[in-house]
Design a protein around this ligand. Structure first.
Ligand SMILES: [Fe+2]
Ligand SMILES: [Fe+2]
Length: 206
């Protein structure tokens, strides 16, 4: 177990890392929103950009509470997550496939943030910085909500649409009999995905 001084230093380093990560995201999210095809996904990206700006404000409040300058340090983890996401998105040829890849990349980013905020919140709690811990907790909950919202969008239709695109490609190489089979198969699956989407929305509203 690190001593209190070194844990305090770790917390400061983690905050600098998160601060830079959030700033990188404010640049990446508008580009993603532009490339999203599904209106729901586009809106989710725009909404999360607004939230990310609030996350930056909150970390600045945290720095103030700890009497530290609001300064970031290049977050290489986020830099690479964004880079990998951008590469995968630019390689996607179909709209629905691009949306599916975008959701996957955005969820990896959210999980990174969830880990970072969870860690920083726990360290702040252990060090007795209760107000700092509750500010970090607020952002942590918003990152978790965004992650769940993205799962909901993926389940409702984006991944299904990407699978349909694959079916269409297969059909064009399979001739008429294959086409009929693929179309018969696609419709019930689309219905199942829609049902799952509705279930997700229902369970969240409880
Ligand atoms: Fe954030
Ligand atoms: Fe986020």
């Amino acid at each position: 177990m690190p001593n209190t001084d070194s844990l305090e230093a770790l917390l400061h380093e983690e905050l600098k890392d998160i601060y830079d990560a959030e700033k990188q995201l404010t640049k990446a999210l508008p580009k993603l929103a532009k490339k999203a095809t599904s209106p729901e996904l586009k809106q989710a990206m725009v909404d999360h950009l607004r939230q990310t700006e609030q996350h930056i404000d909150r970390i600045e409040q945290v720095f103030e509470q700890l009497q530290l300058p609001a300064r970031g340090k290049k977050c290489v983890g986020m830099q690479n997550l964004i880079k990998e996401g951008e590469e995968m998105i630019s390689e996607a040829e179909e709209d629905a496939t691009r949306d599916a890849v975008m959701i996957a990349s955005a969820q990896k980013v959210e999980h990174y943030e969830i880990a970072a905020y969870g860690t920083a919140r726990t360290w702040a709690t252990v060090l007795g910085h209760d107000e700092v811990a509750s500010l970090l907790e607020e952002t942590l909950e918003e990152e978790k909500e965004t992650d769940m919202k993205l799962t909901g969008i993926a389940e409702s239709y984006v991944n299904q649409a990407a699978a349909d695109e694959e079916d269409e490609e297969e059909m064009s190489g399979r001739g008429r009999q294959g086409q009929a089979r693929a179309v018969r198969g696609a419709a019930p699956r689309r219905q199942q995905a829609a049902d799952r989407g509705r279930k997700t929305t229902r369970s969240k509203s409880r």
